[in-house]
Design a binder for this molecule. Structure first.
Ligand SMILES: Cc1cc2nc3c(=O)[nH]c(=O)nc-3n(C[C@H](O)[C@H](O)[C@H](O)COP(=O)(O)OP(=O)(O)OC[C@H]3O[C@@H](n4cnc5c(N)ncnc54)[C@H](O)[C@@H]3O)c2cc1C
Ligand code: FES
Length: 283
């Protein structure tokens, strides 16, 4: 059992949880994720470790309620316990010693990108962060990202905060300017956003890392569910990734695989429990 130490509600559908997990905090590195399972028959949900403290023995993650299991986890409160946390999983992100990096985050991607941006900053890189969301209320972790970025540019699709438009517009503007080009780009967010960022940076030949979020089950390379095509080869995102070279990723096959269980996911959301059990995944 893993005790929830703190909870922050970041928007209608997004919460930040701090959970006691000293073994995970001791080994966590930027890019790692955990698998969370709540309830004995709960689904296994992969979530990026957004921050951690070895001293407190705690890990933080930010979770968006998109379906049955994420809604159940978002409803938990400090003092509640999560049944299982497995991790840290995946390969840590490659953080090279570079002069400058642009971190591009879309929506909930703001939290997973934070430890990578901080690691670049700690290695002496000039960090520019571009943070986008559909609207102002969905902009997440602006303060934290501002604290480690030399420049933070925010954008919203509806123009309710920052620049009006998509994250690729300021990215394109920076790349087209006479200023020195960044040596690295890191993009974390929805698949169409990561694809658009990779297409924007491709003509400039700037190494662009993306963090892939295929459906995962075991998270340890056993089931093959998370397979992705990168440079014409098949990789298991949970053990070979989740970060890959964005210029080599087949984003269209990733999108198709993400849609594979839409009908079942919809059924799970519409299922109204009649067996009086409160635990997620128990019926
Ligand atoms: C490496 C990795 C890191 C992630 N980090 C975060 C994070 O930090 N914060 C966050 O909010 N979300 C994160 N996600 C996505 C999160 O795991 C899914 O939103 C969650 O599993 C949805 O489960 P559900 O039952 O609530 O929704 P469902 O209704 O079952 O599904 C909604 C959508 O979520 C995705 N999804 C469903 N099941 C899985 C699964 N087992 N594995 C991956 N995706 C799934 C699918 O695209 C699906 O269409 C991450 C995913 C991966 C692979
Ligand atoms: S989630 Fe099963 S192999 Fe990656």
């Amino acid at each position: 059992m893993y005790l929830i130490l703190a909870k922050k509600i970041l928007s209608d559908a997004v919460v930040e949880l701090k959970v006691q997990a000293p073994e995970i905090a001791a080994k966590a590195r930027p890019g790692h994720f955990i698998i969370v399972r709540h309830g004995e028959r709960g689904e296994r949900i992969p979530l990026t470790i957004a921050d951690w403290s070895k001293e407190d023995g705690s890990v933080d993650f930010v979770i968006q309620a998109v379906g049955y299991s994420t809604k159940a986890i978002c409803a938990l409160n400090p003092g509640d316990n999560i049944s299982d946390l497995a991790g840290p999983l995946g390969q840590p992100a490659v953080i090279d010693r570079v002069q400058s990096v642009i971190c591009v985050a879309g929506g909930i991607g703001a939290a997973p990108i934070f430890p990578q941006a901080r690691a670049y900053q700690q290695l002496g890189a000039k960090v520019t962060t571009i943070l986008g969301a559909r609207s102002a209320d969905l902009l997440t972790w602006q303060d934290r990202l501002a604290s480690i970025s030399e420049t933070l540019i925010t954008c919203t699709d509806d123009g309710s905060a920052g620049e009006h438009g998509m994250v690729t517009a300021p990215l394109q503007r920076i790349l087209q300017s006479d200023a020195e080009k960044p040596e690295r780009i890191v993009a974390i967010g929805p698949v169409p956003m990561m694809k658009a960022v990779a297409e924007t940076t491709r003509p400039y030949g700037i190494r662009t890392y993306v963090s892939l979020n295929p459906i995962m089950i075991d998270g340890t390379g056993m089931c093959g569910c998370c397979r992705v095509s990168v440079g014409g080869q098949t990789f298991f995102s949970c053990v070979d990734g989740p970060d890959f070279d964005g210029h080599l990723v087949d984003f269209d096959s990733l999108s198709n695989r993400q849609r594979a269980y839409r009908t079942l996911e919809k059924e799970a959301q519409e299922h109204h429990c009649r067996c009086n059990t409160k635990e997620a995944g128990q019926c």
